[in-house]
Design a protein around this ligand. Sequence first.
Ligand SMILES: [Zn+2]
Length: 48
Amino acid sequence: MAINMGKFNKPVHRRCRRCGRHTYHIRKKRCSACGYGASKKLKKTFKP
Ligand SMILES: [Zn+2]
C-alpha cells in the first residue's frame, strides 16, 4: 500500500458483523453489501 499518498486516512468502511465483508459504512452506519445497520426499512421513521 504505497499509493495511499495521505488519502484514506479515515476509515470509511468497517467489517460488517452480519456478512463479514469490509463494507460497513461508518458514517452512513450501514453495510453497503448486505444493508446491515440501516433502520430495517425506511418507513414509519419519519414523523412530521
Ligand atoms: Zn454486511
